[in-house]
Design a protein around this ligand. Structure first.
Ligand code: 4AD
Ligand code: MG
Length: 463
C-alpha cells in the first residue's frame, strides 16, 4: 500500500478507507482496553493518533514501541472523537522499523535548548526544531520567489576566494599546505598551495555579485558565508547564510524601499504558509510572536540617519538610561544594545539607519558630499539588532582606488573588482540579509544556534 503522509492523512475526510502511515512515535499511552500512539513524520507539526486494540497485538511488542521508535501502520481512517483532531487511525497492523532504547536523549519533553544543543544531531526530531526548520525552508522559498517575481537573477558566487569582501580580515584560510611541516620549517610557500596563492572562505558574495549586477541588471546571491570572528553571542555564527541582492541604477531611497518590501514579503509568507508551525511556536516559545509578525507588516520602518540616532542615544543617557558600552559620541560604532534600544524602546518598530561615518564601514560604500558619511542603509530589528547591512556603492574608479589605498588594502587583490568601475561604471547598490537572523525573528527563537541545523561557533564544529 502506498504511504500517506501524516499531513495528508490529517486533512483527509475519506473515512472508512484503509491507509498506511509511517513515522516516529511522539508518545505512547496504554490502558487495558486501548493504546494511543501519537505518530509524526515531519510533514507537519501535528501528530496523527493511532488507536490500537491491545488484545490484537503481542503485548511485549506493543510495549516496546516507545517514544522515538519508528513504525509503519496500516489501519482505517476514522473521524476522531478527540478534541482538536479531525481524523485518526484504527490500527490493523504495525511494522516496527526501529525501536528506540530508553537512553534516547530527546525522550523527555521540556528539555532546555542548551541540553538539546549537546545532542544537536538528535534535536532535529523534536517538535520545536521540526517547526523551526520547516519555517526555515519556507523562508528560503519566499526569498527565491520574491526576487524571481521582481526580475532578479539568482547568481552563484564562489565560496573560495582570493579577496576579502569586507576588508575586515576575519577569514578562514583555505589551504592544502601541510601545516605541521610549515610549523617545523617556519616557511610558507603559497606557490606550492593548491591555487598557487593565499585563498580563504568567502565572508560575502557581494564583490562578485556586483559583477553580476553590472551585467544582468539585478541579481541576488543566497549561500553560505564564513566569518572567523570570535563572537560568542546569540546573534553570531562562524558559518551563516546570507542573501545579497545587488542592483544597477538604484539610489539610496529605492534601496531602502527594496529592503523593507523584501522583509515584509518574507514575514507575510511565513504568516500565510507556516500557520501551524507559527501557532505552535507562539504557544510554546514566544506568546507575542504572531502579534509581532503581524505588527511588522502594518508599520512603516523608521528611516533615521546615524547622526540622529546618536542624538537619541545621548539624550537617553542624559535621561538615565544605562548602557554597558558608553555613548562616546559621533564616530562610534553602535553595539547591539544601542541598536536594540532604538528599535525596542525608543521607536518600537524596525529602523533603517543611514549615513554612517565612513570610517566605521566598509571600503566600497559611496561617500556623501560631506566626505565624512556614507550612503549605508542598515536595517535594525527588534530582538535582533542588525538584520540587514546595505549601501549604495562607490562607483567612481579614482575614489574607490583612493579608499583601498588609504585603508592599506592590497590593490592587486581587487584588480578585477576595480574593473567594474573602469569599464562602463554605473551607480548601483545592494544589501546583505543574515538569513539566520531573519529566521530568529520569524520563529521567536532566542539563539542563532537553534535556527540552523548544524551550528558552527567558536570551539564548536561537531557533527
Ligand atoms: O553587514 P554585513 O557584514 O554586510 C556584508 O557582508 C555586505 N557585503 C552585504 C552587502 O551589502 N551585500 O553582513 C550582512 C548581514 C548582517 O546585517 C547580519 O544580518 C548578517 O549578515 N551577519 C551575520 N549573521 C550571523 N552571524 C554572523 N557572524 C554575521 N555577520 C553578519
Ligand atoms: Mg553590517
Amino acid at each position: 500500500m502506498k504511504r500517506t503522509k501524516v499531513v495528508d492523512a490529517l486533512a483527509c475526510t475519506d473515512f472508512g478507507k484503509d491507509i498506511n502511515v509511517k513515522g516516529w512515535v511522539r508518545s505512547h499511552r496504554s490502558s487495558k482496553a486501548v493504546d494511543f500512539i501519537a505518530l509524526n513524520d515531519g510533514s507537519t507539526i501535528k501528530n496523527i493518533q493511532i488507536v490500537v486494540d491491545p488484545s490484537k497485538m503481542d503485548a511485549e511488542e506493543l510495549k516496546s514501541i516507545t517514544t522515538g521508535a519508528c513504525i509503519s501502520v496500516v489501519g482505517t481512517l476514522v473521524e476522531s472523537q478527540g478534541k482538536g483532531q479531525t481524523s485518526e487511525i484504527q490500527c490493523k497492523e504495525i511494522e516496527i522499523y526501529g525501536l528506540c532504547p530508553s537512553d534516547y536523549p530527546m525522550q523527555k519533553k521540556g528539555q532546555s535548548f542548551e541540553y538539546m544543543r549537546k545532542y544537536g544531531h538528535m534535536r532535529l526530531r523534536t517538535n520545536t526544531f521540526g517547526a523551526v526548520f520547516r519555517i526555515r525552508h519556507n523562508m528560503a522559498i519566499a526569498i527565491h520567489r520574491y526576487f524571481h517575481e521582481h526580475g532578479f537573477y539568482y547568481f552563484h558566487t564562489p565560496l573560495i576566494t582570493g579577496s576579502d569582501a569586507e576588508g575586515a580580515g576575519n577569514m578562514f584560510q583555505v589551504t592544502t599546505l601541510d601545516l605541521d611541516r610549515i610549523a617545523k620549517s617556519g616557511k610558507v610557500d603559497y606557490n606550492a598551495d593548491f591555487f598557487g596563492k593565499r585563498t580563504n572562505l568567502t565572508v560575502s558574495g557581494q564583490l562578485e555579485g556586483e559583477l553580476g549586477a553590472t551585467s544582468l541588471g539585478a541579481i541576488y546571491t543566497f549561500g553560505p558565508t564564513f566569518r572567523a570572528e570570535n563572537s560568542n553571542t546569540p546573534r553570531h555564527l562562524a558559518e551563516f547564510w546570507m542573501v545579497e541582492p545587488e542592483v544597477a541604477f538604484i539610489d539610496k531611497d529605492e534601496l531602502m524601499d527594496l529592503e523593507e518590501d523584501f522583509i515584509k514579503y518574507c514575514v507575510r509568507w511565513a504568516l500565510d504558509n507556516c500557520k501551524d508551525d507559527l501557532e505552535f511556536l507562539n504557544k510554546m516559545i514566544d506568546k507575542e510572536l504572531i502579534a509581532r509578525l503581524e505588527g511588522v507588516l502594518k508599520e512603516d520602518f523608521v528611516r533615521l540617519t546615524y547622526t540622529e540616532g546618536i542624538e537619541i542615544l545621548r539624550k537617553a543617557v542624559a535621561d538615565g538610561v544605562k548602557f554597558e558600552f558608553p555613548i562616546t559620541g559621533w564616530g562610534m560604532d553602535l553595539s547591539s544594545e544601542h541598536e536594540r534600544y532604538l528599535v525596542e524602546e525608543h521607536f518600537r518598530r524596525p529602523v533603517i539607519m543611514t549615513d554612517y561615518p565612513s570610517e566605521i564601514k566598509s571600503f566600497y560604500m559611496k561617500k556623501n558630499p560631506d566626505g565624512k558619511t556614507m550612503q549605508g542603509t542598515d536595517v535594525l530589528f527588534p530582538r535582533i539588532g542588525e538584520i540587514i547591512g546595505g549601501s549604495v556603492r562607490e562607483e567612481n574608479y579614482d575614489k574607490l582606488l583612493a579608499e583601498i589605498d588609504s585603508r592599506g588594502m592590497k590593490r592587486e587583490v581587487y584588480d578585477w573588482y576595480l574593473d567594474t568601475r573602469k569599464y562602463g561604471t554605473c551607480p548601483h547598490g545592494g544589501f546583505g540579509l543574515g538569513f539566520e537572523r531573519l529566521i530568529l525573528f520569524v520563529t521567536g527563537m532566542q539563539n542563532i544556534r537553534d535556527v540552523i541545523p548544524f551550528a558552527r561557533t567558536p570551539k564548536n564544529a561537531e557533527f
